[in-house]
Design a protein around this ligand. Structure first.
Ligand SMILES: [Zn+2]
Length: 563
């Protein structure tokens, strides 16, 4: 089989979210706000220039054919409106519109004939109007240049104004007309890095003057990323710093081409996102044996199974998160339930106390449906706000509330730390497994990404109605984190990933091909009703995935490098 051997450049964008401001603030948010305002103003100026250009273009190109097309288009719209109106009046879909069928067909036929003519004469019509069109285009180019210079003079950093002009060009080519945007405080700032920058110069103590990501701090899941948004008088950088969750490494030998930071307001909360555009040399695919991996968790007596694999030599095993590794999870749960209980004891007292008084507007707003609140964070936040908005005679109840809040924050800090530790341990286990797979195999088959596949395997307890902590288990063992580690390792090592359709992997017997329908929850094992063989359901899926992957690969010359 022919293998890919060329060193193509692959461009990828790596995105990172931020932690809330109460955990770590955005540094230099005011300077960023000023840049965002200028960026928005430049965008709208460019949209106005573009609208003027389009209007001038249409004026120049207007002829009798175009005039007739416009008339026909209006007629068709009117017919459609008429049909809708009749349907509405009849309150049904099947009503008589036969009388309109002929005029509609006529209008459509005439219009498409005219459009064919317009298309065929396009080049010629443009050639005759060339001088006028060139004048319009040049005028528009001059206006764009002026707008860009004006934005630069007002202090918009060059990465951002270049990016806006480029986005405008791309938008014009792909989406037709572009719209104005109201300034809400949100938007995107960009730092372009001329000639690119090696990842190691930017990450973990790098000294690059456009983009930096701090190293990890033990026990803390966020770190600052800084992007240059301007220059001081001494030419040193003005940084915008946001507290990102660096959930995946930038590729070691990658070349960073540009960096952007976007501000979005969702449900009244401000969130930033970091996007890093990186060029990597697409790795040369390596030769090697094939393996199929079924991802999806299942609770077993000895721990939580997160995947099952089988290779083409028949070697197979499960990936298990051991009970002992999940023990802290029990501790987390008990800390959470202590804190929930104390909230449920304290909250009714507060509700009752508040019920007996006349409350001002902000208090009413902030305490509506208080009795139903289930989020301790929300209650704690209310108490914090209360300390600045005290009520008459609240000394005792406030002291109780504040006591609860202190205890809650202490417990929450404790269990979040425990949870972070567990997550880090798991991530390490997954990385090691993924690195092993990537070093031993040449082709890895997995199911195409589908949230249902990384959700839980059915549990017997659930069917019998016993409440489980199913969701929480899934969050902890995180099959999607497992998949991410696997995909990363394969890409790094040039291992080919083949994704297969999930539809046939679990119901078909690998031994005889018979399709069975059975209660998958009852046991991890199943006896095929076609051939009578007994197998582990997840191993059966892994074998089917392995085979589908090999078939898919053999039948297509185009090799899937990325899922
Ligand atoms: Zn069978």
């Amino acid at each position: 089989m022919k293998r890919q051997t060329d060193n193509r450049l692959a461009t990828r964008v790596y995105s990172y979210g931020t932690v809330p401001a109460r955990i770590a603030p955005v540094n230099n948010a005011e300077a960023a706000a000023g840049q965002l305002r200028l960026a928005n103003r430049l965008w709208n100026t460019l949209v106005a220039i573009e609208h003027t250009r389009i209007a001038a273009y249409r004026r120049i190109m207007f002829d009798e054919h175009q005039e007739r097309i416009n008339v026909l288009r209006e007629q068709l719209d009117a017919f459609r409106t008429e049909i809708q109106a009749r349907r509405k009046a009849a309150r049904a879909k099947r009503i008589d519109t036969l009388d309109l069928a002929e005029p509609i067909a006529n209008a459509k036929a005439e219009m498409s004939a005219l459009m064919v003519i317009q298309k065929e004469t396009r080049q010629q019509r443009h050639d005759t109007k060339r001088t006028e069109l060139t004048i319009v285009q040049e005028r528009s180019n001059r206006r764009v240049k002026k707008a860009r210079q004006a934005a630069a003079n007002m202090g918009l950093f060059w990465g951002s104004y270049n990016d806006i002009v480029q986005r405008m060009d791309a938008g014009r080519k792909h989406h037709g007309e572009l719209g104005f945007r109201r300034f809400t405080g949100d938007g995107t700032l960009t730092a372009q890095i001329m000639g690119g920058a090696k990842v190691e110069r930017c990450v973990g103590g790098g000294n690059h003057t456009f983009f930096q990501v701090d190293g990890a701090t033990p026990g803390q899941r966020w770190r600052y990323a800084r992007m240059r948004i301007g220059s001081n008088a001494d030419r040193s950088p003005v940084w915008l710093g946001i507290p990102i969750v660096y959930h995946r490494e930038l590729p070691e030998h990658g070349d960073i081409k540009s960096v952007s930071m976007s501000r979005r307001t969702v449900d009244g909360k401000i969130r930033w996102q970091l996007n890093v555009t990186v060029n990597t040399v697409a790795p040369v695919l390596k030769q090697g044996a094939a393996i199929g991996i079924d991802i999806g968790w299942r609770l077993l007596p000895e721990g939580v199974r997160v995947a099952y694999w089988e290779d083409e030599h028949g070697i197979h095993d499960q990936v298990l998160v051991a009970r002992s590794d999940l023990e802290q999870f029990g501790k987390v749960r008990s800390l959470r339930s202590i804190s929930d209980r104390s909230r449920d004891e304290f909250l009714p007292a507060l509700v009752e106390w508040l019920a007996g008084r006349e409350l001002a507007e902000p208090w009413q707003q902030r305490t509506s449906h208080l009795a139903q609140w289930r989020s301790s964070d929300r209650v704690a936040e209310l108490v914090r706000w209360w300390s600045d908005n005290r009520l008459d005679g609240d000394k005792e109840i406030f002291a109780a509330a504040n006591g609860w809040r202190r205890q809650y924050l202490h417990l929450a800090h404790w269990w979040r730390n425990l949870q972070d530790q567990m997550t880090m341990r798991l991530r390490e286990q997954y990385r090691v497994f993924a690195a092993n797979v990537a070093s031993r195999y040449g082709v890895v088959s997995i199911e195409s990404f589908d949230l249902r596949n990384v959700a839980e395997k059915p549990q017997p307890e659930e069917e019998s109605g016993i409440v489980t902590q199913a969701n929480t288990y899934r969050q902890i063992v995180s099959p999607s984190m497992f998949r991410g580690a696997l995909v990363n390792a394969c890409k790094r090592e040039g291992v080919e990933i083949v994704t297969v359709d999930a539809a046939y992997t679990t119901r078909h017997c690998h031994a005889c091909g018979h399709m069975d329908d059975w209660a998958q929850a009852e046991s991890v094992h199943h006896r095929c009703s076609g051939c009578g063989s007994l197998w582990d359901q997840d191993r059966n899926a892994a074998i089917n995935i392995l085979r589908s992957g090999m078939t898919k690969r053999a039948s297509s010359s185009a090799v899937t490098v990325l899922p």
